[in-house]
Design a protein around this ligand. Structure first.
Ligand SMILES: Cc1cc2nc3c(=O)[nH]c(=O)nc-3n(C[C@H](O)[C@H](O)[C@H](O)COP(=O)(O)OP(=O)(O)OC[C@H]3O[C@@H](n4cnc5c(N)ncnc54)[C@H](O)[C@@H]3O)c2cc1C
Length: 379
């Protein structure tokens, strides 16, 4: 069974590293980078230049998986062909797609052209470079940062940047840079409950981050954004750096006449995570639209992508042995949001579906523990 796994992110890498050499199973992993990125830690790389990648080759030892560094241009599931950017065409019997998501700029005028994103290491480098420049003695430009989107990524980024800015201000005797967090919706971190959200807001306030809730970003230029309140009042915020973390959509790379796509362009999958009408194609992570027991979309998180990848690894071996596939049962073990340095808020799942809210240093340790568990699972 000739199998291709596309993407070595949380989903694709979990699938690949769950495999063992199996008679009849021939697997090629195709990834554009020669490393895996811990995307959940990109905000740390943006603020502190932390290393958030790990080389792929050692991770694949003992799995029987071959790998190739190549960028995928297009996938045609009707022809069962994967076209690579270098012009080569790969064919498959079974395909696993885990190519992740891209930033959704919602066609806001000027945003895609003028805003940085936080989706890969080069984005983090761009932000890190700006902050360093803003703290260089001879810098005369605008030092303010505007971050659009107060979900998990936006809040983790602004708090980490604020913490770094405090350190630099002290060390270099310069005034702090101003950080604005702009959110169109009525609250920050909608995934958290009110008590945890209030803790997160207090941290934003303590860092003197200007949080503008209920302010829709209407337009961006090279050096400013225009925001508007629900009653139509507009203001212009000048900025040296604009960063957009306000939305994602599935990478639009898979084409098929009978593919079904849902919100955010995610590809609808069945109970075993196979694209509807294409039982030989598994679609995982941010690209797939898996549903939970209540029929609601499973969140686009690393946690769920990893679970889906591990299950699919097992299912590939079962397919090769002619065994029935196991169904996907999502399990949200908790959610933690880091708030700069050693601070975090979140909750973990207890027996009988109870949730334990955790804040401060212990929440930070819990978040680190989940990252450590991910690392253990792929090594
Ligand atoms: C700053 C930040 C913080 C986050 N924090 C959390 C968190 O705390 N907890 C959590 O659960 N989730 C978090 N997330 C979300 C999480 O990172 C994503 O849901 C997760 O990465 C999705 O996994 P994936 O495997 O679908 O895609 P990805 O991990 O994005 O992997 C996609 C892979 O495909 C490769 N690829 C893409 N295009 C091509 C191509 N054309 N050809 C070849 N290879 C390609 C990429 O290089 C990448 O390796 C965070 C995200 C960000 C940005």
């Amino acid at each position: 069974m000739k199998t291709l796994i596309l993407g070595a992110g949380y989903a694709g890498l979990a699938a690949a590293t769950s495999l063992k050499p199996t008679p009849g199973l021939e697997v090629l992993l195709v990834e554009q980078n020669n490393y895996h990125t811990f995307e959940t830690r990109l905000h740390e790389a943006a603020a502190h230049n932390t290393r958030v990648t790990v080389p792929l080759v050692p991770l694949l030892r003992g799995t029987g998986v071959h790998w190739e560094q190549a960028a995928v241009e297009n996938v045609d599931v009707d022809a069962r062909e994967v076209l690579l950017k270098d012009g080569r065409v790969l064919t498959y019997d079974t395909l696993v797609v885990g190519l992740g998501s891209v930033t959704n700029f919602y066609r806001i005028p000027g945003l895609a052209e003028n805003a940085a994103e936080l989706k890969d290491v080069s984005d983090a480098d761009e932000i890190f470079t700006f902050v360093n420049r803003a703290y260089a003695g001879d810098y005369t430009g605008n030092r303010d940062i505007v971050v659009g989107g107060a979900g998990l990524t936006g809040v983790e980024l602004v708090t980490e940047l604020a913490q770094r800015a405090e350190q630099l201000s002290k060390a270099r005797g310069l005034p702090p840079i101003r950080i604005h967090l702009v959110e169109a919706g009525p609250k920050i971190l909608p995934v958290l409950d009110d008590a945890l959200r209030a803790k997160a807001q207090k941290t934003l306030d303590d860092y003197n981050i200007n949080t503008l809730i209920g302010h829709r970003l209407m337009q961006a230029t090279a050096d400013s954004v225009t925001v508007q309140t629900a009653d139509g009042e507009q203001k212009v915020i000048p900025a040296g750096k604009i960063i957009w973390t306000g939305g994602i959509q599935a990478r639009d790379i898979v084409k098929g006449e009978k593919l079904e796509k849902g919100p955010g362009g995610r590809i609808a999958v069945d109970a075993e995570l196979r694209a509807k009408n294409y039982p030989e194609v598994f679609v995982l992570g941010d690209m797939g639209l898996a549903l939970n027991e209540e029929g609601k979309p499973v969140p686009t998180t690393a946690q769920h992508a990893g679970q889906q990848g591990r299950l699919t690894g097992k299912n590939l071996m079962r397919l090769a042995k002619g065994e029935a596939l196991l169904p996907y049962v999502p399990n949200t073990l908790g959610e933690f949001v880091s708030l700069g340095g050693l601070m975090a808020v979140g909750w973990m799942k207890l027996p009988w579906n109870q949730k334990l809210a955790i804040t401060g240093g212990i929440a930070h340790v819990m978040k680190r523990a989940s990252e450590w568990r991910w690392r253990q699972s792929i090594e």
